[in-house]
Design a binder for this molecule. Structure first.
Ligand SMILES: [Ca+2]
Length: 225
């Protein structure tokens, strides 16, 4: 006679922990032009640029450049790109023309314009720097006509997630085989899925842990084989 005895069911809840946004270069404090000037930035080019009060900026300050002839480059401090480092930049082009870009500057003097912008109001963009991993670079802007709120150089927040799981503790008959199974819809009687392979009971109490992420089923049963 087959028996299905589930003695105890324990639900282990999901736990998610996170921490605030981490800046990769903590010393780069003027990433948002909050100092009211271009301190810590390397400014190249003789143009028309300044830092002003800006009610639309995240911190009330933004930088702008108005120099279409000679162009102006704004560069962050140099940094080595390690795994996961990325950039978030918020800026726009008041004239909506493709003359301005978020740019990666190589230390050998060359540069790559990663994104030309046409947005005429603030948007934030995220840039993956994995293509430059292991290299020392600067990031910044090339303009043109640009309004820049900030340029954040970030590392991923070290989010820890423990997925929800079910632990089945059930009574078995020693020497007999059992199979934990799951299904999503009992009404349609679709095939039960096995989680994990069947086991032969060696004593009266057996435990099974199932991740509800890898085994996202609505129903579970312990089947004696
Ligand atoms: Ca700002």
């Amino acid at each position: 006679m087959k028996r299905y005895i589930v003695a105890l069911l324990i639900l282990i809840g999901a736990l998610t922990a996170s921490r605030a946004q981490d800046f990769y270069i903590p010393s780069f404090t003027n990433y948002s032009f909050s100092a009211g000037n271009f301190s810590q930035w390397e400014v190249i080019g003789i143009g028309n640029q300044t830092v002003t009060n800006d009610p639309n900026a995240e911190d009330g300050k933004s930088a702008w450049v108005r120099e279409q002839q000679a162009g102006v480059l704004l560069k962050s401090p140099k940094f080595l790109v390690t795994n996961g480092v990325y950039v978030e930049a918020r800026f726009y082009n008041p004239y909506g023309i493709d003359s301005c870009a978020f740019t990666v500057f190589y230390t050998n003097g060359t540069r790559t314009n990663v994104l030309y912008i046409r947005n005429t109001s603030y948007e934030s963009f995220t840039f993956d720097l994995s293509a430059w991993q292991g290299k020392t670079i600067q990031v910044g802007f090339a303009g043109g006509q640009m309004q820049m709120d900030y340029l954040k150089i970030l590392v991923p927040d070290h989010r820890v997630t423990i997925h929800p799981a079910l632990e089945f503790i059930y009574e078995t008959v020693p020497g007999r085989s059992y199979q934990l199974q799951g299904a999503n819809d009992l009404n349609t009687f679709t095939a039960w899925t096995n989680y994990p392979p069947a086991v032969v009971a060696t004593n009266g109490i057996t435990k099974w842990m199932v991740s509800t992420l890898t085994a996202p089923q609505t129903y579970y049963r312990i089947k004696e084989l």
